[in-house]
Design a protein around this ligand. Structure first.
Ligand SMILES: NC(=O)c1ccc[n+]([C@@H]2O[C@H](COP(=O)([O-])OP(=O)(O)OC[C@H]3O[C@@H](n4cnc5c(N)ncnc54)[C@H](OP(=O)(O)O)[C@@H]3O)[C@@H](O)[C@H]2O)c1
Length: 275
């Protein structure tokens, strides 16, 4: 079983750097898949209202026998739930489904800038944190202007910003902003959904050099950059393989080679236009 190091968030809460994402894991399979993940050493789960599987996550937690304080559970507010009071009642529903009395991290899933309510929503999140119903609060898919508005109009810096980030989209500018402002970077679709990226001959070459899989090379690149990651897989061998990235180190020139895979290509929507 792999032991994952923690990263300290800006309010002192510890988050395991390596977690398990359950986007597109069918609700009825979530408990089984997470059972395999727990055996491999995963203790951090990334879910969302939008994924429709919070109840499956709750069942897996209850069945695992793992003490609650050894698990780190993140969920996210749906795009149709923006607003101060809506954010609070949506969390009630998520907690009921998860079978928990608080989450470790609660995120605004997308800023939905056209709706222009994310500042008001964030004030609801501040109330949730003050009430102890989320140990940390953060955002997802926020661009620098969205983060700047939160800084100008509210009193709490998000603990994390969860963004699409992989070698095709390394997000240098946002990562630099995060570093400067004490926001931890969470990388979603960390292996770019497992497609074309993993077949790149430069990654395949590095995989051969280190005796690892292309996915492990990419995940190790994230770990060395200090990103928090939670790849998704429903395949037991991959679930075990993905987290096994703490026993080797990529040389600086190999880190640089992976950095050159940047082609600006997103697998998901542009946050400026979405929602
Ligand atoms: N905040 C947001 O807006 C947002 C958006 C997207 C995702 N996320 C979060 O990020 C998590 C991960 O992102 P993701 O699921 O989009 O993409 P991902 O983790 O980059 O890739 C998942 C895909 O890669 C395959 N895969 C997994 N391990 C592999 C390996 N070792 N070798 C080859 N293929 C492998 C999986 O297939 P199998 O399952 O068939 O093994 C699956 O099709 C999500 O589960 C979710 O928690 C957040």
């Amino acid at each position: 079983m792999v032991t994952v190091p923690d990263i300290s968030l800006n309010n002192g809460i510890a988050i395991p750097q390596f977690g398990f994402g359950v986007f597109q894991v069918e609700p009825e399979k979530t408990a089984d898949v997470l059972g395999t993940a727990f055996e491999a050493g995963y203790r951090h789960i990334d879910t969302a209202q939008m994924y429709g599987n919070e109840e499956g996550v709750g069942r897996a937690i209850a069945a695992s026998g793992i003490p609650r304080d050894e698990l780190f559970v993140t969920t996210k507010l749906n795009n149709d739930g923006h607003g101060h009071d809506n954010a609070i009642t949506a969390l009630d529903e998520s907690l009921r489904k998860l079978g928990l009395d608080r989450v470790d991290l609660y995120l605004i899933h997308w800023p939905c800038p056209a709706e222009n309510r994310y500042v008001e929503t964030w004030k609801g999140f501040e109330k949730i944190a003050a009430d102890g119903r989320a140990r940390a609060i953060g955002v997802s898919n926020f661009q620098i202007p969205h983060l700047e508005r939160l800084a100008a109009e509210t009193g709490t810096v998000p603990a994390v910003n969860q963004i699409e980030l992989h070698p095709h989209l390394p997000q240098e500018e946002l990562r630099a902003y995060h570093r400067e402002h004490g926001i931890a970077t969470e990388a979603w679709s960390p292996i770019a959904q497992g497609g074309e990226l993993l077949a790149d001959e430069r990654l395949v070459g590095l995989a051969q050099k280190y005796g690892k899989s292309p996915a492990q090379i990419v995940l190790r690149w994230h770990v060395q950059l200090g990103n928090i990651v939670f790849p998704k897989s429903v395949t037991p061998a991959r679930i075990t393989e993905n987290i096994d990235v703490y026993g080797f180190e990529l040389a600086d020139d190999d880190m640089a080679t992976i950095g050159e895979l940047d082609n600006g290509r997103r697998t998901g929507p542009n946050p400026d236009d979405f929602g």
